[in-house]
Design a protein. Structure first.
Length: 640
């Protein structure tokens, strides 16, 4: 059996996107570092790539990047880092480096271990708030399939009419009644299952038993999902308390504890507390639902704004789930209008990424463009998580862009009184929507607005990144994520702006400014510019912003001016190195310069800059450029 240096487990509440994004991020990072890794995923289809005990025993360390309960006790005695699934997606390099190189990473000891727990146990198992979130999401992840199944079956029963399950109605149909009944049973399990699996994450099997009973009391007494959440934590910590109180009982009585003492006392304590808590919890639940219902009529715009912001705030996280659970709770009460806004706000973000890619293809990488196109499918089926990589790329600007589109879609849905009787499914449940074409139109409008904003932000970011790259903030020793051949397949053709006449050898200058003056004169001599002084001043102005010196003796100065008639690339190999502010503090003897017409919108010259920068990231290319003795050799290097 193969030995893995690092083992990991990833999981998110829905198990649809975050789980596998974190898996891929960790695997790609490990591959780049030459590290062997195996990642166990806790998705909606269950545990995949399960870690064997042998693999756990042989591993040097463990990374848990999950927002749902993962059996941590099996990692007893291993160096372990426990973080959210989002960190697994965004910070895979840091997590792997921490496991491999940080001697302060604590060794995990399970509660049942005879070994003494580390003083850094809090850091090891995550912060208190993160643990609470993991417990909550364990309940949500087990509840969601029931809500979806029950909600869709109930919604399908409405094909025969809203009252088709009522034997007293003229619309009554036996098949519809059956679907409605079965779907109702599934929906009714929402609160007990939510409560039970929150408790199970805290108190294991004892917590599960106590949680189911506590959840049934919460459901029966009308406390809603708020009661389910509170009851889950109550049941779980009652189980933990009982385990501590009876810790001194002889081991021979362990069987009696698990099947008699803990269930009986746990159900009695937790059930009694929940019974008396139900009255205020019911009032709170009914008050919240009544308030939301009233907003549908009195303040649909404000309601849509709130729902849109919540659904786009964290793409399937706790804020998003709060809006979604409220919608499902209202569905169970026969309110189909609230879910229309929630679904619209969840569908708009992934569709927006697809539109953004279509609006400004050049601003996105090939991988991002593919993800955007796939998001048309994901969004259409109510899967919001596909938008997460786009949001993470520039969260301070992209998240508000998503919120704007989601709010527009939700507001328009509420204003036009659209009803959606299913809690999931996206456009698959269109036959059940009272105004299907209008609903799709509102969602598309919201997605188009977000997509347009995203494309503008991405375009500006792409321009900024290319200018930064050209200024030398990328090391030529740094290997790119993709090979040159694949990178250049979608890049600009440098032969369009570079020919043999644009290359100068053995240029004899004594300083940076003298070299820039030479380039300005050279540009006029070649017919690319009409005013040497203007071009020279633009070179100097660019250097004042930040040095264009890179590393390995290379600089990429560039000038944009109205006196420049055509885009051009100039290359100068110097007779002797000159001083230039570079990242490795070495003098410069190779200069690659770009001339940019003032009317250039930005996309064209940025592609040329990007293509050149990618080439210079390869040490082999830089070595070949340095060894080239003739103009033909240099020209061939850039045209290959």
């Amino acid at each position: 059996m193969a030995k893995y240096q690092i083992i990991a487990a990833t999981g998110c509440p829905t198990g649809i996107a975050h789980t596998y994004m974190a898996q891929e991020a960790l695997e790609e990072s490990a591959k780049k570092k030459g590290i062997t890794i195996k990642v166990e995923t806790h998705g909606q289809s269950g545990v995949e790539h399960a870690l064997s005990q042998s693999e756990i025993d042989q591993a040097d360390g463990v990374i848990i990047a999950a927002d749902k309960d993962v059996d941590i006790d099996r990692f007893d005695g291993k160096r372990l880092v426990n973080v959210s699934v989002t960190k697994g997606m965004k910070e895979p390099d840091e997590l792997i480096d921490k496991i491999l190189n940080d001697k302060n990473v604590p060794v995990y000891h399970s509660a049942g271990s005879a070994k003494e727990s580390s003083s850094e146990e809090a850091e090891l198992t995550g912060t208190f708030w993160h643990k609470l979130y993991v417990y909550l999401m364990n309940g949500v992840s087990h509840m969601l399939p029931l809500v979806v199944a029950g909600g869709v079956l109930t919604a399908v029963s409405f094909f025969w009419g809203i009252n088709s399950a009522d034997p007293k109605s003229a619309e009554y149909n036996s098949i519809a009644a059956l679907l409605n009944t079965v779907g109702g049973f599934a929906m009714n399990l929402m609160v007990p299952v939510l409560c039970a699996y929150i408790a199970e994450a805290i108190g294991k099997r004892t917590g599960l038993v106590i949680g189911f009973v506590t959840g049934m009391i919460a459901y029966t007494n009308g406390t809603g999902f708020l009661g389910g959440i509170l009851g889950g934590f109550l049941a779980g910590y009652v189980a933990v308390l009982l385990a501590k109180l009876f810790k001194g009982i002889p081991k021979s009585l362990d069987g009696l504890k698990s099947i008699f003492i803990f269930p009986v006392l746990g159900v009695l304590i937790s059930g009694t507390i929940m019974w008396y808590m139900s009255v205020p919890m019911k009032d709170l639940n009914q008050g919240m639902m009544s308030f939301l219902k009233s907003m549908e009529n009195s303040s649909p715009i404000l309601l849509g704004l709130i729902v849109g912001i919540m659904c786009a705030a964290d793409m399937g996280g706790p804020i998003n789930k709060a809006a979604y659970l409220t919608g499902t709770a209202l569905l169970a009460q026969g309110n189909y209008f609230f879910m229309a806004g929630v679904s619209a706000a969840c569908i708009a973000p992934p569709l927006a990424t697809g539109f953004a890619v279509l609006f400004n293809k050049k601003a996105y990488t090939a991988k991002e463009r593919s993800a955007g196109y796939v998001n048309f499918l994901l969004g259409s089926t109510h899967i919001t998580e596909g938008a997460i990589p786009f949001a993470a790329k520039n969260p301070l600007l992209n998240l508000p862009s998503f919120m704007i589109g989601s709010s527009i879609a939700a507001i328009l849905s509420y204003v036009t009184r659209i009803s959606v009787p299913a809690p999931h499914g996206g456009f698959i449940v269109l036959p059940l929507v009272n105004k299907p074409f209008l609903w799709v139109l509102w969602i598309v409008i919201g997605a188009l607005v977000s997509g347009f904003l995203l494309s503008i932000i991405a375009g500006r970011q792409s321009k900024h990144d290319a200018l930064v790259t050209s200024a030398g903030e990328v090391s030529v020793d740094e290997e790119p994520a993709e090979q040159t051949s694949s990178s250049n397949s979608s890049s600009a053709d440098l032969s369009e702006i570079l020919n043999k006449n644009n290359i100068a050898l053995d240029v004899d200058v004594a300083s940076r400014d003298e070299l820039l003056q030479y380039l300005a004169d050279f540009s006029k001599k070649l017919g690319y510019a009409t005013d040497t002084k203007a071009v020279y001043q633009k070179y100097l102005a660019r250097e004042k912003e930040s040095s264009t010196g890179m590393e390995k003796g290379i600089a990429i100065p560039h000038a944009q001016d109205k006196t420049i008639k055509n885009s051009a690339m100039l290359i100068a190999k110097l007779k002797k190195p000159i001083d230039w502010k570079t990242f490795d503090n070495q003098p410069v003897d190779i200069v690659i310069s770009f001339l940019i017409p003032d009317e250039d919108s930005g996309d064209s010259h940025l592609e040329y800059l990007s293509s050149t920068s990618k080439l210079l990231m390869h040490s082999e290319f830089v070595d070949s450029l340095r060894k080239a003795k003739t103009k033909d050799e240099i020209l061939n290097l850039f045209q290959e």
